[in-house]
Design a protein around this ligand. Structure first.
Ligand code: NI
Length: 156
């Protein structure tokens, strides 16, 4: 396992539309998932997308500290949305900035797990928000691009 460097806003990799993972999910890909999770936990984040560590592939890790635990999403796709909800978001690639973002309240998504098996998830609340935030990263979109308002974290 290794801690990876988190790319910050302004890095062109964060603007890329990421490529799907093709074919067999190999050892190198599972190593990347492990490293991304370790990097997310070390940074106290609840989600991390591969472009945030400089790799423009459709891979996301999420852990909202709920019953789902660590989620590893390969080639994720939202298949259903319902309602809207607005709440505060931040991002490991945009340190010290927070903003209000409107998202779908409930989403269903499908993705491949680390063994290449198709999975389905239904999410609401923080997890729904997190899935939408991370999937936006795969399209080269940051929350600051769509936030209704932004503010800088008060210095302690
Ligand atoms: Ni983010």
């Amino acid at each position: 396992m290794a801690i990876l460097e988190i790319k910050k806003a302004g890095d062109p990799v964060l603007k890329e539309v990421c490529q799907p993972v093709e074919g067999h999910i190999n050892k190198k890909m599972r190593q990347l998932l492990d490293d991304m999770a370790e990097t997310m936990y070390q940074a106290d984040g609840v989600g991390l997308a591969a472009p945030q560590v400089g790799i423009p592939l459709r891979i996301v890790v999420i852990d909202c500290m709920d019953d789902h635990g660590l989620l590893e999403l390969i080639n994720p796709r939202i298949t259903f949305r319902e309602g809207t909800a607005t709440d505060t978001e931040g991002c490991l690639s945009v340190p010290d900035i927070y903003g209000e973002v409107e998202r779908s309240a409930v989403v269903k998504a499908e993705y491949l797990n680390r063994f290449g098996k198709k999975q389905h998830i239904t999410a609401k609340g923080l997890l729904a928000r997190c899935i939408q935030h991370e999937l936006d990263h795969l399209e080269g979109q940051l929350f600051i691009d769509i936030a209704q308002s932004l503010r800088r974290k008060e210095k302690a």
